[in-house]
Design a protein around this ligand. Structure first.
Ligand code: ZN
Length: 291
């Protein structure tokens, strides 16, 4: 199995229209990864599974040469993670084939609270009903504790277990295959205390949170009393969670444009972590991790 980062931006992607940060200026100039960060999303090659569909998903699939999504999990209802749900219309294809053929529907898995929120926010539920009617998705509502097992494409199992974070409308995922264990949370780590059962995975993929300080220089970026600290984890708190979780390797994603984190700053921060014996790296669009 290969894990590919479809997009490593957050609610704000890089470049961000109108932004004059160095990160956005460089991304416009270079036009590619690692400078450009599109909306959050992860793809598992093998089971052909996507976690979250940002509005950038169509371009991400083309870039990654992915021609079919077998299954989709949603971590939570927020628009940066769900706005690209129309992507499943691409299962309508082969207009010229006789008899007319469609790709099989994509299995869309909604963890318990995500299915409740889908009925309340952004017309997610209505959209999925429409796509069900079109025959391009099949929706599965999960109950907390459910484990979904898929084929990894070579006859072996991949199991996916959604679990609630401290902000309990948001789910992380424990993914197991071939004796390896991956823990992924797409966003919203505020207040999370990694439970024992999840500790010491092979790979952790976690959201950056708020860069209160520049991770390379230690220089303060945000005011200490910024109101966002009441509802979002700082990057420093995220690093504490990473240390508690104790993964062999940790990749940080969901990096918001507004913090002006250029690839240069993040490379320096990685060196700083390495010098402290911490295997913490920053993911970039198109990064592939073999599992
Ligand atoms: Zn997000």
């Amino acid at each position: 199995m290969i894990i590919e980062f479809l997009g490593t931006g957050g609610a704000t992607t890089t470049p961000r229209p109108g932004s004059t940060t160095e990160a956005s200026r460089l991304a416009r100039e270079k036009g590619t990864s690692p400078w450009v960060r599109s909306g959050p999303g992860l793809f598992l090659h093998g089971p052909q599974l996507v976690i979250d569909t940002s509005e950038d998903i169509i371009h991400q699939l083309n870039r990654a040469k992915i021609d079919y999504i077998n299954a989709c999990f949603y971590s939570h209802w927020h628009p940066d993670h769900t706005a690209g749900k129309r992507v499943f219309e691409t299962n309508i294809r082969d207009y010229s084939s006789k008899p007319y053929k469609m790709a099989p529907p994509t299995d869309v898995y909604l963890p318990q609270q995500v299915a409740i929120d889908a009925r309340r926010w952004l017309a997610i539920w209505e959209s999925l009903e429409y796509y069900t009617h079109m025959g391009v998705v099949q929706v599965h509502e999960l109950t907390d504790g459910d484990v979904v097992t898929l084929d990894d494409g070579t006859g072996h199992d991949v199991s996916i277990t959604p679990f609630r974070l401290h902000l309990d409308y948001v789910y992380g995922f424990e993914i197991k295959t071939g004796g390896k264990r991956i823990v992924h949370a797409a966003d919203e780590l505020f207040g999370w205390d990694p439970p024992e059962a999840l500790k010491n995975p092979d790979i952790a993929i976690l959201p950056a949170g708020l860069f209160e300080f520049n991770p390379a220089t230690g220089e303060r970026i945000m005011e200490p009393n910024h109101p966002l600290f009441k509802e979002e984890a700082s990057f420093q708190q995220t690093v504490e969670m990473i240390e508690k979780l104790g993964a062999t390797e940790t990749w940080v994603t969901h990096i918001e444009e507004a913090f002006d984190m250029t690839p240069e700053i993040l490379a320096l921060a990685e060196k700083r972590f390495a010098a402290e014996g911490k295997n913490i790296r920053f993911a970039y669009d198109g990064l592939k991790l073999p599992v």
